[in-house]
Write a protein that binds this ligand. Structure first.
Ligand code: ATP
Length: 511
């Protein structure tokens, strides 16, 4: 099996070579944890956005979308708790001079124990073959039980210390677990400190505290402050949702791993407003719905898992992550949070304005509870790209690199290729593009041999390649090649639309 780090490197260089993702301001050697999306990357990104937006707004009568400003009144962030509590506990290794998030170090330690359990189970499978009873094994094997107990102990201490903001306790936990720095291999740690993740800047020309504003660290607050505007102008009835896609900024301490953790990134968030007391029902509903949304892409069900939060954010009463099997292992892709009435109540208090809903069925005013789904667009992009990137050895021994992107997300849907550059074939190819371009992003390609052109389309994930040859001029038929099966069939030009549409239409993902 390919080494995981190599896999990530391969994906990064593929993304650059074909115009998906470039390091930001690369001619100046780049800017840490900032990336630009290229000509194909922005297409893929737009298609992911569109899949999300349609599934939320178009498929739900009771969800509408907005686009709020990145800058917000500074009191917003006082009210939301971000000024005082949007911190990460950080710790430095004195030998490597590397900085880590203390909670991440501990979570990675737990993950290692978890891997030990999985190894033990694998050994069991090998040893007992068909007679193996996995449930029984997991419930009784002494090594598994010991490790499970260990995980529970660590998680309890982590919850306890982080929950109380007991930084010394977090430090002690790291020391007691004998966690070493992955770079230096030593246990020479600094104390644990808190670090606020918000970027700030000055509004206008006046300096000083009063004019400090922040780049939003999440899009959600733009939804909360507009809750009544949308509810009233849209005559929304609870339960209803407000969706938004937009940039967010966080001064991440450890910004590594390509577009997985960036300082400027994009979120797709939906806040679902519900009756107090009904939040757990909706929390479960959205957990399931979001799981389905991801799995419909066909990247492999085994690549997803749910992880319930140990460390709850300051606003949540329940939270779970949908984790994806990235090249670096299972990591958070999306968060589903039951945020209670925390945010709206805080905004009521800080603004002095009522943010309540009159429920005609209950004949009563209340501050709604909120269930949020929040997925990183860039992380979705990385999930899709890395799971689709494959090196295949073909039957004839040759190799190809293919991006088996979900067809609905692929940048180009079809490439049209004249077999030669003469005899009117290019003109015929362009004529076909002129018919298809209203519905699909098409690429025209006449350079190099057909084989090479196919490889190029495979590498950028184009689901179909259509070749125009001399016979086309006679009977209006072309060959259409399928990216995944590499099969070619001869079809009438008039049938191209429906063949392509059937495969690439987003409808299939949405039902
Ligand atoms: P993490 O624990 O990885 O820092 P988080 O729990 O702080 O993430 P949330 O505040 O729940 O993340 O944000 C919601 C989603 O936004 C995340 O699931 C993730 O997909 C995305 N996201 C958060 N921070 C970043 C980042 N720095 N770069 C890219 N995407 C991010």
């Amino acid at each position: 099996m390919e080494h995981k780090e190599d896999k990530l490197k391969e994906v990064i260089s593929h993304a650059k070579e074909y115009g998906f993702v470039f390091p930001s301001s690369e001619i100046y050697d780049g800017l840490a944890a900032t990336y630009d999306y290229g000509q194909l990357g922005s297409e893929l990104k737009n298609n992911i956005k569109s899949y999300w937006w349609k599934s939320m707004v178009q498929m739900h009568e009771n969800i509408v979308g907005i686009d709020s400003a990145i800058f917000m009144h500074p009191t917003t962030w006082k009210a939301s708790g971000h000024v005082d509590a949007f911190n990460d506990p950080l710790i430095d290794n004195k030998d490597s001079k590397k900085r880590y998030r203390a909670d991440v170090l501990i979570e990675e330690f737990i993950e290692k124990i978890r891997m030990k359990i999985e190894k033990e189970v694998e050994k069991g499978i090998k040893k007992f073959g068909d007679d193996f009873d996995e449930t029984q094994f997991r419930a009784t094997h002494p090594n598994v039980l010991r490790n499970k107990e260990k995980i529970k102990e660590i998680e309890d201490r982590m919850r306890e210390t982080l929950g109380k903001n007991d930084l010394e306790g977090v430090y002690n936990l790291i020391v007691d677990l004998e966690i070493v720095c992955p770079i230096s291999g030593t246990k020479n740690w600094t104390e644990v400190r808190q670090f606020n993740l918000m970027f700030s800047t000055e509004l206008g020309s006046v300096a000083g505290d009063a004019s400090t504003i922040y780049l939003r660290p999440e899009t959600a607050q733009g939804i909360f402050v507009n809750f009544l505007n949308v509810q009233k102008s849209g005559r929304m009835k609870i339960p209803f949702g407000i969706a938004q896609i937009g940039k967010a900024f966080r001064n991440e301490i450890v910004a590594r791993q390509f577009i997985f953790r960036m300082r400027e990134f994009e979120q797709m968030e939906m806040q679902f407003f519900v009756r107090p007391g009904e939040e757990m029902k909706w929390y479960e509903y959205w957990k399931e719905a979001r799981g389905k949304w991801h799995k419909a892409l066909g990247l492999g069900d085994q690549n997803y898992r749910f992880h319930d939060h140990i460390k709850l954010a300051h606003y949540a009463n329940a939270a779970a992550d949908i984790e994806f099997n990235f090249p670096m292992g299972f990591k958070e892709l999306e968060g589903i949070h039951s945020r209670t009435d925390f945010d709206l109540k805080q905004h009521e208090q800080f603004s002095g304005k009522k943010l309540q809903y009159f429920d005609p069925e209950l004949n009563q005013n209340y501050v709604p509870f909120v269930v949020e789904t929040s997925v990183g667009l860039d992380r979705m992009f990385l999930a899709v790209l890395s799971a689709s990137h494959k090196n295949e050895v073909l039957e004839d021994g040759s190799e190809r690199t293919v991006l088996s992107l979900p067809p609905a997300l692929a940048p180009y849907k079809v490439a049209i290729m004249p077999l030669t550059k003469k005899d009117g074939l290019p003109e015929k190819a362009r004529e076909i593009i002129d018919q298809l371009k209203f519905d699909f992003l098409c690429q025209y390609d006449e350079k190099d041999s057909i084989g090479k052109r196919y490889r190029r389309q495979d590498a950028i994930g184009t689901p179909f390649s259509v070749t125009v040859d001399h016979q086309t001029l006679e009977d209006n038929t072309v060959t259409i090649r399928d990216r995944d099966t590499m099969e070619q069939i001869r079809v009438n030009v008039a049938d191209l639309f429906s063949i392509i549409d059937q495969k690439v239409n987003m409808r299939k993902l949405l039902v």
